[in-house]
Design a protein around this ligand. Structure first.
Ligand code: ADP
Length: 497
């Protein structure tokens, strides 16, 4: 549009300029030729006319150009508009074409499916329908059967199974409930739950599906009795059901009471037994020590010479007395363990020296049986906080067992020095233990095999006492063994308590 104005300005400006120039030229000529007046006027008029014609011509020419350009502009605008319409048309058409292709594909698939279905014969179709109907019938039957089974179980269960609605009214009642509470269905359905469970609020307020609760039930005849109740809760848009499974636990409660009393009596009897054993052991130990002492006096001939046969007899008395003393000591220790009165007093000790001295004590016994005792030590000095007497008792027990239950071969003791603990391993090549025997040997008075007791003797208390002593040191005893292939007992002891 601005361009058009610019041309208009040109048009008027140019024709005016030409006209003014023509006018100026005519007047110039007029003044130049003043002497020939008429000729001058003629030239002036011709000049004016020429400039008028020229300017008009320029005016028309420029006007025409502007007109043409305006037309062209309009035409251009129209073409742009048509172009955009065409573009839109093209886009629409592409969209439509895409839709048509998608529909074509869908129809193609449908057509193929129909072709497949039409290929099926009528009988095949009938078969498919029949199979579908028979499956449905089977499912319906299964559901019906399961419902009937559930109803049967509910009705015939000896546990009471009852349901209540949201206002706590009984809506279903089974045979078991009838037996427990003495009401028949017609009497109780529609009555509040409180009638049979006076503390029903405890049950209803408690969480559903948790542990069974013990409450008091009220019988038709008015007496109260113990019941155990588990209850489940069903709530959906149409239904609310609290279902309870109730069991009369009167008899169980009675048994429980009797059991608790029996347990209490057993504990009292056990404590009395431990007390008795401790006292009797103590009372036996004192005269036994006197026997051993006087026997030794006789043996060293303090009261005069004795012959070889007397010496033999006195040695037998000494052996039996020591055996009896060790048995009494074991019983005394065990009664202390039972009464939880066994205590230890720990001091730093060189465990290497202790093991070596135990092995030396055991050598004569081993030599009697032609057995060797091998000592494998990590170091010559390892300080461990222990009750020396008690750990010595444990080591001697394990070593004497190893010697006792080994006929041929050797016994090895290994000591491993680990960062904050020591490991003592006692391995023998003796009779070994089966898995069943392994389970028994740490129980008081248990021995792997009663025939072994007869052959080797022993109280069956040594391992119980040893385990207890090691546990008091915050350590452990473990055993690995195979019948006929020997055993390895491992003691683990922390270096400090
Ligand atoms: P006991 O005084 O009878 O030896 P223990 O408690 O020391 O009591 O041992 C219990 C039982 O464990 C033994 O009677 C024996 O059957 C079994 N037992 C212990 N050590 C060994 C071993 N080194 N080899 C085979 N059996 C063993």
């Amino acid at each position: 549009m601005q361009e058009v104005y610019w041309f208009q300005l040109h048009r008027y400006g140019l024709s005016t300029l030409i006209f003014i120039a023509g006018l100026f030229l005519s007047f110039e000529i007029f003044y130049f030729y003043q002497e020939n007046f008429w000729r001058h006027w003629g030239e002036l008029i011709i000049g004016l006319l020429t400039s008028t014609l020229l300017s008009s011509y320029v005016f028309i020419l420029v006007g025409r150009r502007i007109f043409i350009e305006k037309k062209l502009q309009d035409q251009n605008n129209k073409l742009t508009h048509i172009n955009s319409i065409l573009q839109q048309e093209i886009d629409d058409r592409r969209r439509i074409e895409e839709n048509i292709i998608a529909k074509k594909e869908y129809l193609q698939k449908r057509h193929e499916t129909l072709k497949y279905v039409t290929k099926l014969t009528t009988s095949e179709l009938r078969n498919a329908i029949m199979i579908e109907q028979s499956v449905r019938r089977k499912i319906e039957k299964f559901l019906k059967d399961s419902e009937e089974r559930l109803r049967f179980i509910t009705q015939h269960s000896i546990d009471g199974i009852i349901s209540i609605n949201s206002s706590g009214t009984i809506v279903s009642w089974n045979y078991g409930a009838q037996q427990i509470f003495g009401y028949d269905e017609a009497e109780i359905v529609g009555k509040p739950l409180q009638q049979i469970l006076p503390q029903n609020e405890i049950l209803l307020q408690s969480e559903i599906n948790t542990k069974p609760k013990e409450l008091k039930g009220r019988h038709h005849d008015g007496f109260h009795f113990s019941v155990e109740i588990s209850h489940t809760h069903l709530k959906n848009e149409d239904n609310f059901f609290d279902t309870m499974i109730i069991r009369d636990i009167t008899d169980r409660k009675e048994y429980e009471k009797r059991l608790i009393k029996a347990l209490r009596d057993a504990n009292t009897a056990n404590a009395a037994k431990s007390e008795f054993l401790a006292t009797i052991s103590h009372e036996l130990r004192t005269p036994l020590n006197a026997i051993i002492g006087f026997n030794q006096c006789l043996l060293i001939e303090m009261d005069g010479p004795i012959n070889s046969s007397q010496q033999e007899s006195l040695k037998k008395i000494e052996k039996s007395s020591f055996h009896l003393l060790s048995l009494i000591n074991d019983i005394l220790d065990w009664s202390k363990i039972e009464a939880k009165k066994m205590e230890i007093e720990v001091f730093p000790q060189n465990i290497v020296e202790l093991i070596t001295s135990c092995v030396e004590d055991m050598q004569p016994l081993a030599l009697q049986k032609n057995l060797t005792i091998e000592l494998l030590l990590d170091s010559a000095f390892i300080l461990v906080e222990i009750d020396r007497m008690r750990i010595q008792q444990v080591l001697l027990n394990l070593l004497s067992n190893a010697v006792k239950f080994t006929e041929i071969g050797s016994i090895k003791i290994r000591l491993f020095d680990e960062r904050d603990r020591v490991l003592i391993q006692i391995t023998d090549t003796g009779i070994g233990l089966s898995p069943e025997e392994l389970e028994k040997i740490f129980h008081p008075f248990s021995q792997a095999d009663s025939s072994i007791t007869r052959k080797y003797g022993g109280s069956g208390l040594g391992l119980v006492i040893s385990t207890n002593i090691i546990n008091l040191h915050k350590g452990s005893i473990t055993v690995e063994s195979e019948k006929g292939c020997g055993s390895t007992f491992t003691i683990i002891l922390p270096k400090s308590q």
